[in-house]
Design a binder for this molecule. Structure first.
Ligand SMILES: Nc1ncnc2c1ncn2[C@@H]1O[C@H](COP(=O)(O)OP(=O)(O)OP(=O)(O)O)[C@@H](O)[C@H]1O
Length: 355
């Protein structure tokens, strides 16, 4: 996975996680939107609490920054349980995982982020822990190796993944509850921004909040980040209130346009349109043209550009759609790919795409 430091990246740096903690909802009732997932989780948790048993294991999938970590913490809070947090890449050896599992208290939640990246031997150990609350720890090597069975307290695994397609079948089958998080609509992000602004004590007007929401690429993490940047601008260059004008002026300074595209997104589209007449062009050629690594272009820029109806991936290469030409203020040539697409892309009608 590629990390990207940009203002509209859906990934967070470690430093940013601290800023996020302030506005992170603690209970299900505070979690905005995703009504279906919220309702289903509510039933699952209440049912289990009523029976006095831990709920089924929970798999949360969806692109980064939509609230998977937040929901994992909410599950523990609603259950009144402890939570242990780790991630697939952090569990290199099955012994690491055995140590975590055997230290869990009864009813605890174990949150494994990026669970699709867990090493194979650890994954197999997890199967028996999930199913029978038991792990076999192998001691020694070769013919003299022995398996020591260890009990694990009943627990609930919450797994999060941005790539549910990479999960193995046996792994997926062991989750009793699977939820997919979708991108948020601008109206939902508007509510979220107003909530964050209240917590951060930032005065924000309705149109100021709506302006930020429309540029946040359907992602709460980006919405909260843009709010923090616009707050800086409003405090330094205006009277501290986030208004339509301060939001527009601040996001102009930070190079985030009205669709939420940043400098790199626009460089990719501009190169496609101006240097390659709209394509098709291969990924590596396009990446060289904008001075970036191919995987940054592919994993950071393209998912949103595709979802926004501005770029298409075809077997012959990347192609700018008619909407892309228009967004850049250019007249599209006849026969442009996607000529039938709306000239104002509808970002939120197609559900989410995994990145
Ligand atoms: N539904 C929501 N209501 C309010 N705030 C939200 C919601 N979803 C996410 N957020 C906020 O957005 C930020 C990012 O959320 P979170 O860390 O849970 O995302 P994630 O899906 O786990 O991302 P990653 O895959 O990168 O770990 C947090 O500050 C969180 O508080």
């Amino acid at each position: 996975m590629t990390d990207h430091e940009g203002l509209v990246s859906a990934y967070a740096s470690d430093a940013e996680l601290d800023a996020e903690a302030t506005v992170r909802p603690k209970r299900l009732a505070e979690f905005i939107a995703q009504h279906r997932v919220r309702d289903q989780l509510d039933l699952l948790l209440r049912g289990a609490m009523g029976r006095g048993t831990p709920p089924d294991h929970i798999l949360l999938s969806g692109p980064p920054g939509l609230g998977k970590t937040t929901l994992a913490n909410i599950v523990a809070a609603e259950l009144g349980a402890g939570i242990r947090v780790t991630s697939g890449p952090a569990i290199e050896r099955s012994g690491d995982l055995a140590a975590i599992l055997t230290s869990l208290g009864e009813g605890d939640v174990l949150f494994i982020d990026e669970i699709h990246r867990i090493a194979k031997p650890a994954e197999e150990l997890l199967y028996s822990a999930m199913e029978d609350f038991r792990v076999d720890v192998i001691v020694g090597k070769g013919p003299g190796a022995t398996a020591i069975p260890l009990d694990v307290e009943p627990f609930t695994l919450v797994g999060a993944t941005t790539r549910s397609g990479l999960l193995t079948g046996p792994m997926r089958d062991r989750f009793g509850f699977v939820a997919h998080l979708d991108f948020y609509t601008p109206a939902e992000l508007d509510v979220l921004i107003q909530r964050s602004a209240r917590i951060l004590r930032v005065p924000v007007t309705e149109d100021g909040s709506a302006e930020i929401a429309g540029r946040s690429r359907g992602t709460p993490r980006i919405a909260n980040r843009l709010l923090r940047r616009v707050r800086d601008f409003a405090e330094v260059r205006a009277d501290g209130t986030v208004t339509l004008e301060t939001a527009r002026a601040a996001l102009h300074v930070y190079d985030v346009d009205e669709l939420g595209l940043d400098r790199l997104d626009k460089a990719v589209l501009t190169a496609l349109v101006d240097s390659f007449r709209g394509g098709p062009v291969g990924l590596s050629t396009l990446a060289v043209a904008v001075g970036e690594q191919p995987d940054t272009v592919e994993e950071v820029c393209e998912p949103f550009l595709v979802r926004a109806g501005l770029l298409a991936r075809t077997p012959r290469g990347r192609v700018a759609t008619e909407a892309a030409w228009r967004h850049l203020g250019r007249t599209p040539p006849n026969g442009t790919f996607g000529a039938a697409m709306p000239s104002t892309p509808d970002l939120f009608s197609g559900g989410s795409q995994e990145v």
